[in-house]
Design a protein around this ligand. Structure first.
Ligand SMILES: Nc1ncnc2c1ncn2[C@@H]1O[C@H](COP(=O)(O)OP(=O)(O)OP(=O)(O)O)[C@@H](O)[C@H]1O
Ligand SMILES: [Mg+2]
Length: 379
């Protein structure tokens, strides 16, 4: 078992593209770590640089504390599963799984044992003599995983391993993969551009943009407290509301607006349709900000409420299964709020929206960075 340390890493292609641009991150021993970001942000390049399939232009890669930056791929102790699985079509499942061992001249009897054991772990029993063309997509994906695991690397690198599967199979394979990773306890770096997949699977997520790290944190942290508006936009099944606002006061009537959970000053921010409580210690009254609030953290009421709130009227509601996403027109700005399906108000209904201060995030209007000294979210 082994951790991965990446320091000042840059990978520049011959055409000058800085696909990985000055990355620092550490993957802990046994961790299930997701690399998340839009197409072209450098996820595959980073994975290939860890594996040694691309060479680092700057910086270092350490695996299990050893500097492997200049080491050839075969000597790094990593196993990689490529997005298209890269199975050999003319070989049987068994031969595919044990191919890395054959290359290392492991005896045929040992190879047969490994094939038997690994195929058991990955529910491939009875399929060992088939060829990849005779398997379903999900089975092929498991053969690729089996081959990676059979090579007994210290680190498992997975490049979008679920993206070729249909939606239903993808959910099954996701659960399977999480359980397998926990059972094996192998350090795993998992690339995906699907934020829901990263949130569901990972112990921690690195969100990348243009070769750079934009946030590193647990699924809960990146969901509840995105460090910038890029991450705020990227994470979440329903988009976060990001609207212009002005810090209106650090207190109302000389009292904090909301009992700040950790004692930081709490005031209010005014935005289209009214105002919301917010931790305003880092932004003076009058400052223009971008207010970020997730639809899940707003409360919709059809009755009057005391304290800061937004007023508006319902435009449409979208069905999300057990919940509905309601769009509310607040003085010309649309704000999304999720409500239980049975509480869905009819279009045209006047409503009031409220939120607790710790859920209302303030971002710098220019840079889009989260303004510091806001109370940390609990839970
Ligand atoms: N061999 C290459 N030569 C030159 N540029 C490349 C090469 N491979 C990738 N790039 C460029 O490097 C950047 C990062 O590409 P990369 O494949 O790492 O992105 P990605 O995050 O994996 O994207 P996707 O989600 O689409 O797979 C892109 O701008 C891409 O065009
Ligand atoms: Mg890729």
């Amino acid at each position: 078992m082994a951790g991965i340390d990446i320091e000042g890493l840059a990978t520049v292609y011959p055409n000058g593209v800085r696909a990985v641009d000055g990355l620092d991150l550490t993957v802990a021993d046994g961790e299930f770590f997701a690399l998340l970001g839009p197409s072209g942000c450098g996820k595959t390049t980073l994975l290939r640089t860890i594996a040694g399939l691309e060479s680092a232009t700057e910086g270092t890669v350490r695996i299990d504390s050893a500097d492997v930056t200049r080491l050839e791929p075969g000597k790094r102790g990593v196993a990689m599963v490529f997005q298209d699985y890269a199975l050999f079509p003319h070989m049987t499942v068994s031969e595919n799984i044990t191919y890395p061992l054959k290359v290392r001249r492991v005896a045929p009897s040992t190879r047969a044992e490994v094939a038997e054991r690994t195929s058991g772990e990955l529910s491939l029993h009875g399929l060992l003599e088939r060829r990849p063309g005779q398997l379903s997509g999900g089975q092929q994906q498991r053969v690729a995983l089996a081959r990676a695991i059979a090579s007994e690397g210290k680190v498992l690198l997975l490049d979008e391993p679920l993206s070729n599967l249909d939606a239903r199979l993808r959910l099954e394979a996701r659960t399977f993969l999480k359980k397998l990773q926990k059972d094996l306890g192998i350090t795993t770096v998992f690339v995906t551009h699907d934020q829901a997949e990263a949130l569901a699977l990972a112990d921690r997520i690195a969100v990348m943009q243009d070769g750079k790290l934009r946030q590193l944190g647990s699924p809960r942290e990146v969901f509840a407290r995105p460090s910038n508006t890029f991450v705020a936009n990227f994470i979440g099944s329903t988009p976060m509301n990001l609207v212009p606002g002005v810090v209106s006061a650090s207190s109302i009537d000389g009292r904090p607006v909301d009992g700040g959970s950790n004692g930081s000053a709490v005031g209010a921010v005014s935005l289209a349709g009214g105002s919301l409580p917010a931790a305003t210690a880092s932004a003076p009254a009058g400052a223009e900000v971008t207010v970020g609030i997730r639809p899940e953290y707003l409360t919709l009421s059809t009755r009057d409420v005391s304290g800061p709130s937004l007023r508006g009227s319902v435009v449409v509601a979208e069905n999300l299964g057990t919940m509905s996403l309601v769009s509310v027109d607040c003085d010309g700005t649309l704000i999304g709020v999720t409500v239980p399906e049975e509480d869905e108000p009819a279009p045209g209904t006047p409503v009031v929206l409220t939120a607790s201060a710790q859920r209302v995030l303030l971002y710098d209007k220019e840079s889009g960075e989260l303004l510091a000294r806001q109370p940390a979210v609990v839970g």
